[in-house]
Design a protein around this ligand. Structure first.
Ligand code: SF4
Ligand code: SF4
Length: 105
């Protein structure tokens, strides 16, 4: 898998850089936008994807799980995470998971 960072949406807050357990993210000194040094080192923990305050980071799913252009993006809400799956045909599917940190199952 790989992450994709939308430079237009990134607000340069640096949170993903602080949170990545693999220290794989940085701000480009020229654009001041986040980028990943090497996606092959990313172990898809989703910490950066889940915590980006402006939803600038998306997880790209591998062919073994979904067609190559499929992406998975979480929207963090107070009581749940709303995941959006977009497949290669741009078909959207949403599913929700209660957040355990607020007492969900
Ligand atoms: S957390 Fe999101 S907005 Fe902040 S630097 Fe990372 S990609 Fe950009
Ligand atoms: S998914 Fe995890 S390992 Fe990969 S860049 Fe984001 S925080 Fe780092």
């Amino acid at each position: 898998m790989a992450i994709i960072i939308d430079e237009k949406t990134c607000n340069s807050c640096g949170l993903c850089i602080k949170l990545c357990p693999g220290d794989l993210l940085a701000l480009d000194p020229n654009t001041k936008k986040a980028f990943i040094w090497d996606n092959s080192d990313c172990w898809n923990c989703l910490v950066c994807v889940k915590h980006c305050p402006v939803d600038a980071i998306t997880l790209k799913l591998p062919k073994s799980i979904a067609p190559y252009d499929a992406t998975l993006t979480p929207e963090m809400r107070k009581d749940k995470i709303v995941w959006t799956l977009i497949d290669a045909d741009k078909k959207r599917e949403k599913f929700e998971i209660k957040r355990k940190s607020v007492g969900g199952a």
